[in-house]
Design a protein around this ligand. Structure first.
Ligand SMILES: [Zn+2]
Length: 381
């Protein structure tokens, strides 16, 4: 047993974590759980192989390389002067690319993946591959495309092979949502795993010039690479249900490597953009700014792993009351580490404890450890 929670790579869009804390929910939840387990710190994972990134950087007129732009954009997401204790890993860094090529080559040798001439549609203006069905180009908006047969990395799924099963989720007594399993059953029999992108894991070493590995596969490999760096054989990737529905099929062959196996932990949305009522409530009940911050940056992310369908704004007042009660019930003697029972439950993927006042009260830290939060880093209170 060697569990490490790692966030599902967050799209490196134009925002800061302070502006959009919801984007860091998976990072914060992972950090809180690793701290309670006494493992980590895990790196923060970012997804840079995006079409949006291609478009944002395509017309850049300075000569700064794309990877450097991505790195700068990630650094700007954090409170100035802070960096994550476990570092940062993107889905296009050399260590991830090396693992991706190693895994892909092995899967090609095994015959699970093939490089197969496939008819796809290419945008007739910019050459972007729009897929097996003709539709408007997502890269440039051009409507016309032309069919062309080119060699691509494909996975022809043997009939009856599931792309997602119950044991792909790290969840104790919580069934994965049925519709997620249904979506996973209804994917095409052939999945194309190579894409036309400006940036990503180049498949040129496999003879596929101008193509990169589909980022939906790459996200899983980034988590495996992060786990390997930390000697963790059971990485648990925090991810929302929507994101899982989008990427899980592409990760089917990329969730296991050399005894390391990735599982998902689903988390719901946190209504950070709707906390006006919460602020009023904090004022009424004299909740200190530090306690409010701990509620937002530590408790709610953990809560979102239990309330996987999402936390509604209407739930915030009662959650805050519950939080205050748990905080008041903290033991007099601070514990240096979480009780064994709590670690046992986290290891088993059982998140019901966040709704148990006694257990929660023993788990509350003095301050959130997250460098991705809006608070000051460790040491401040
Ligand atoms: Zn186009």
């Amino acid at each position: 047993m060697n569990i490490l929670y790692i966030n599902g790579p967050v799209q490196n869009g134009p925002f800061t974590i302070a502006e959009q804390p919801g984007k860091a929910a998976g990072i914060r939840a992972a950090e809180a759980l690793n701290t309670l387990l006494g493992t980590g710190p895990a790196p923060h994972l970012w997804n840079t192989v995006t079409l949006a990134g291609d478009l944002r950087h395509r017309h850049a007129c300075d000569i700064v390389a794309r990877q450097e732009r991505e790195d700068r954009a990630i650094a700007a997401k954090y409170t100035p002067g802070t960096t994550p204790a476990g570092g940062i890993l993107t889905d296009s860094t050399p260590v991830v690319a090396a693992l991706a090529l190693e895994m892909t080559e092995r899967l090609l040798l095994q015959g699970a993946l093939t490089i197969t001439p496939t008819t796809v549609h290419l945008c007739s203006r910019c050459g972007h591959m729009t897929g097996t069905v003709a539709h408007t180009c997502r890269a440039c908006g051009h409507q016309a495309s032309r069919p062309r047969t080119r060699r691509l990395l494909v996975w022809d799924r043997p009939p009856g092979t599931p792309v997602l099963a119950r044991d792909d989720f790290h969840a104790h007594r919580a069934r994965p949502p049925r519709h997620l399993l249904t979506i996973a059953q209804n994917i095409p029999q052939r999945l194309i795993l190579s894409r036309t992108r400006d940036h990503g894991i180049s498949l040129a070493p496999l003879g596929l010039d101008g193509l990169v590995l589909d980022p939906r596969a790459g996200l899983h490999i980034a988590v495996l690479a992060a786990a390997t760096q930390s000697d963790a054989v059971q990485p648990v990737m925090t991810i929302t249900e929507n994101a899982a529905a989008n990427v899980a099929a592409y990760g089917t062959l990329f969730r296991q490597h050399n005894g390391t196996r990735l599982r998902y932990a689903l988390h719901g949305r946190i209504p950070y953009d709707d906390t006006t009522a919460l602020q009023r409530l904090c004022d009424v009940h004299h909740v200190s700014p530090a306690l409010r911050e701990l509620f937002l940056a530590w408790f709610l992310p953990l809560c979102s792993l239990h309330l996987r369908a999402g936390i509604t704004p209407a739930q915030l007042p009662s959650l805050l009351k519950f939080w205050r009660r748990a905080h008041l019930a903290r033991p007099d003697t601070p514990r240096s580490e979480a009780p064994a029972e709590l670690r046992h439950r986290i290891t088993a993927g059982d998140m019901r404890w966040v709704m148990d006042v006694r257990t929660l009260s023993q788990a509350i830290p003095d301050s959130p450890t997250s460098h991705g939060s809006t608070t000051e880093p460790e040491g401040a209170s």
